[in-house]
Write a new protein. Structure first.
Length: 207
């Protein structure tokens, strides 16, 4: 199990490094530009690379949790998050101003699913009493709150009210979701690094 966790943390860390490098290599405003827009930059290839690494890290940590007897819902939600991350990277969004394509639709709904399932997994883990449960619960709650703010502009546009990313800090809100959810994923892995006695106490609560 330790090998799974080390590999999972390595994938998440490398993916985070790629994402930060991508941000540094472009001149986009992180306050208003959403992460998907980085795919259209010269270094845009790092976006699917980063997301694929996040997906791999999630799958590895999910498998480690499964081997400790964790709740199957938690494992399934982590796997769903990883699959969504992969789809987000494999199917890029549409360039600004173009109508929604099949690729853009898959990208959008995979992102919504990813943003939703990780906080739910975090709340289940917190309820089970894992290590750092309070921090996991806070991060999950913040992620859900930020998700609501992400969705609001789409709902507003459905009623014909123009609302662009320049009118709201869309980039900041989206990055809040991503950072908090990566935090939940990382703490899910850290929770399994507890001493054997504590793992034995926590595992039944997760079963």
């Amino acid at each position: 199990m330790k090998g799974l966790l080390v590999s999972g943390f390595t994938a998440i860390g490398t993916g985070t490094g790629a994402m930060l490098t991508l941000h540094a290599a472009t001149g986009l405003d992180p306050l208003h530009s959403v992460i998907s827009e980085y795919a259209f930059q010269a270094a845009g290839w790092m976006l699917p690379l980063s997301l694929t690494l996040f997906a791999s890290g999630s799958a590895l940590i999910a498998e480690a949790l499964r081997r400790t007897g964790a709740d199957r819902w938690v494992v399934s939600l982590l796997l769903a998050w990883g699959a969504s991350m992969f789809l987000i990277g494999a199917f890029p969004t549409d360039p600004p101003g173009l109508p929604l394509s099949l690729s853009g639709g898959i990208h959008r709904y995979a992102a919504f699913l990813a943003f939703l399932v990780m906080p739910l997994a975090g709340l289940l883990l917190a309820r089970a009493g894992i290590r750092h449960a309070r921090i996991v619960r806070i991060l999950s709650t913040v992620a859900l709150g930020a998700l609501v703010l992400v969705v609001i502009p789409y709902v507003v546009r459905m009623f014909g009210i123009p609302l662009g990313n320049d009118d709201i800090p869309a980039g900041l809100i989206q990055r809040t979701v991503v950072v908090t959810e990566l935090g939940v994923l990382a703490l899910a892995g850290v929770s399994m690094l507890a001493p054997s006695a504590q793992r034995s106490r926590v595992s039944p609560a997760l079963a």
